[in-house]
Design a protein around this ligand. Structure first.
Ligand code: GTP
Ligand code: MG
Length: 344
């Protein structure tokens, strides 16, 4: 059976704005008879979003959902897992009715769109309206709006969502509305949302193929590095991988499934504010075993949340900081190991 014109939606937006949350919200409302496939691409080498998305699929429909992670940088530049191969493979395996793609917060939407619209993929996927989530509290913050990748995410989007509207003030939302209304070319849809609860019909909107990137060169300068072989963790001896690029640096750890953490000590350490090294965290997320229970710890610049999670494979953590921030990954690892419950 040839696979053709699979409706495909790209979810863009900066680190921690709520892309995975929006996909989870849509999954919770997925028609029971539809197969969906999700491709998630993370900046760091240690993937956490897959665990979060699997958690959202506990409505008895696991067999109608296929998730694939591409860790370690921009998905169309990762040398050892070319994006087209990943897409072809997931489509062949899942034969989905719909494909949702979440690039990293620093993903170059133009590069990804180019890949989706050329050669063999152009008939296989039917790319719909691009959905970009923004945090209305930061549309006036030049540290974010001045970043070329962010500007292209917004510029190329057909649908603009002000997510986290519950955390924004009326002034923030008014600022967002003014900013969004002034964008050119105009957006098809501009909406406000909380916890990524967006209307499912947005997935069926057509893209405006005439939107051209402001910074087409961005993609050309992306680094392409093969993912490292990080080996296998042993109890009390995690493995780790560092990653850098596009103005950020990250480190991720995988702990052995036997390793057990204690929630309060972990949350105290991971902040905010956390130790000096972690004061300027851009993004931190991890899943941890606490005996029989497991939790997701999710920290953005300003907030941290701790929630139970159904994932049960291994404890893993990914931390991202702006490049140039002094950070002692060895020291953080030693501290994390010291937080493990003694083995009996
Ligand atoms: N209060 C509030 N929290 C939200 C909202 N949307 C998402 N969050 C929380 O923000 C954190 C980050 O959400 P994610 O969905 O993981 O963000 P993301 O864009 O996928 O993050 P990356 O993939 O790391 O770039 C999580 O703790 C979410 O629960 C919202 O509308 N309101
Ligand atoms: Mg995500």
């Amino acid at each position: 059976m040839t696979i053709q014109n699979v409706p495909t939606t790209l979810f863009t937006g900066f680190f921690g704005v709520g892309k995975t949350t929006a996909i989870r919200s849509l999954l919770a409302r997925k028609p029971a008879n539809e197969n969906w496939a999700i491709l998630v691409n993370e900046f760091g080498e240690i993937a956490v979003d897959q665990a979060v998305l699997e958690d959202g699929s506990t409505n008895g429909q696991e067999n109608r959902l296929t998730i694939r992670e591409i860790p370690g940088g921009c998905m169309c530049c990762v040398a050892n897992v070319p994006m087209r191969m990943a897409i072809t493979e997931i489509l062949r395996r899942a034969k989905p009715d719909r494909l949702l793609i979440e690039p990293t917060g620093l993903g170059h939407p133009a590069g990804i769109l180019d890949e989706l619209r050329k050669d063999d993929l152009k008939d296989v996927v039917d790319v719909g309206a691009m959905i970009c989530l923004v945090d209305p509290r930061y549309v006036g913050d030049a540290r974010i709006t001045g970043v070329d990748v962010f500007r292209d995410q917004v510029h190329l989007a057909d649908v603009l969502i002000a997510n986290k509207s519950d955390l924004a003030s009326e002034d923030d939302l008014a600022g967002f509305r003014d900013w969004a209304a002034a964008l050119f070319p105009p957006k098809l849809v501009i909406v406000e949302a909380k916890m990524g609860e967006i209307d499912g019909t947005l997935l069926d909107l057509k893209a405006n193929d005439e939107r051209l990137p402001l910074f087409p060169h961005l993609h050309d300068h992306a680094e392409t590095q093969p993912a490292p072989n990080i080996g296998t963790s042993q109890p009390g001896r995690p493995v780790r991988a560092v990653n850098a690029g596009n103005g950020y640096q990250g480190c991720g750890w995988v702990f052995a499934p036997e390793d057990i953490f204690e929630q309060d000590a972990l949350v105290d350490f991971l902040g905010p504010p956390g130790p000096n090294d972690l004061k300027n965290v851009e993004r931190l997320k991890g899943v941890f075993r606490l005996g029989t229970e497991w939790i997701l710890i999710d920290r953005t610049q300003g907030e941290i949340s701790v929630t139970p999670i159904a994932y049960r494979r291994d404890s893993r953590l990914e931390i991202i900081l702006p490049e140039g921030e002094a950070v002692d990954w060895n020291g953080i690892e030693t501290k994390l190991i010291s937080l493990l419950s003694p083995r009996t």
